[in-house]
Ligand binder design. Structure first.
Ligand code: PAF
Length: 283
């Protein structure tokens, strides 16, 4: 029988818990989350367990990465089910600060990154997003001081931005990306998939199909422009409105002219009804 993880809400309690779990010099891996855990998160936890002796999961719906018009208030919160999942996975510690603990009155520091945070993908459509993510993840790293931190590749630009930040600020944590987990029909798992109506849910896998078709055409030697236009057309036919559907360098996320210039990645953000989905695929 698995034991409920230690759950802490304050910085002093976190310090004591970290002292306890790292007593025998145990390595730690942190999985930062906003809760509403699904099988994708479970795969992050399992990867964390393979990397380190002790696993910490943070659950914090971070207000600073949502614009006022976005879904902070309605973001799914499923605390009981989340703890049940983390108990089943034998997680050691859950860090669950409230907003006042993370951002006390008078909080006045922001971490701003350039490089992958300013390549014109998510940052173009959600200009507030990365400063919110880097500030909170920077804090999670200094609070939890993990040896490893695991992030899903589904948020590929976020993974690149956090990797850059950890390196630039010598945060002493190895940032590890974890493969995207998909439903059987190809839809990448996301806490926001619960927003999809049945009709939207049945159209959503077209996102994966459009990326796969574009990968196929690129590998067959089609010019990038034509392959991308074909992918975008699949999505329009399926009822999506596109924010972007682009081929970029798989590490720097800079625009790329041909397969010879380095690893390529397709990155897409598209809206179906009220829901915005993002996904990506290596070429
Ligand atoms: O990917 C997420 O769930 C969030 O952006 C993160 C990394 C937990 C920061 O709030």
């Amino acid at each position: 029988m698995s034991r409920t993880p230690l759950i802490v809400h304050t910085i002093p309690a976190l310090r004591r818990a970290l002292d306890r779990i790292t007593k025998k010099n145990a390595t730690t891996a942190l999985v930062p989350t906003m809760g509403a855990l699904h099988d994708g998160h479970v795969s992050l936890v399992r990867l964390a367990k393979r990397r380190a002796r002790k696993v910490i999961v943070s659950i914090f719906v971070n207000p600073t990465q949502f614009a006022p018009s976005e879904d902070f208030n309605s973001y799914p919160r499923t605390w009981k089910a989340d703890i049940a999942r983390l108990t089943a996975e034998d997680v050691d510690l859950v860090w669950h600060p409230d907003v006042k603990t993370m951002y006390p009155d008078g909080f006045a520091t922001t971490i701003l990154t350039e490089g992958p945070a300013t390549v014109g993908l998510e940052d173009r459509f959600r200009p507030h997003f990365f400063r919110g993510v880097t500030t909170v993840v920077g804090k999670l790293f200094t609070q939890c001081r993990p040896d490893f931190a695991i992030f899903g590749e589904k948020d590929f630009q976020q993974l690149r931005v956090i990797t850059q930040m950890a390196r630039d600020l010598d945060l002493g944590v190895k940032v590890v990306g974890s493969r995207t987990v998909r439903d059987r029909d190809g839809l990448a798992m996301s806490s926001r998939n619960v927003y999809l109506s049945p009709v939207e849910r049945s159209a959503a896998p077209e996102l994966y199909r459009a990326m796969k078709e574009t990968v196929r055409r690129l590998r067959d030697g089609d010019p990038i422009e034509a392959a991308v236009a074909g992918g975008a057309e699949i999505l329009k036919m399926a009822g999506f409105t596109l924010d972007y559907f682009e081929v970029r360098h798989g590490e720097t996320l800079a625009p790329i002219a041909s397969l010879k210039d380095g690893p390529m990645r397709i990155l897409v953000a598209a809206n179906i009804g009220e829901t915005r989905l993002i996904d990506n695929l290596a070429v």
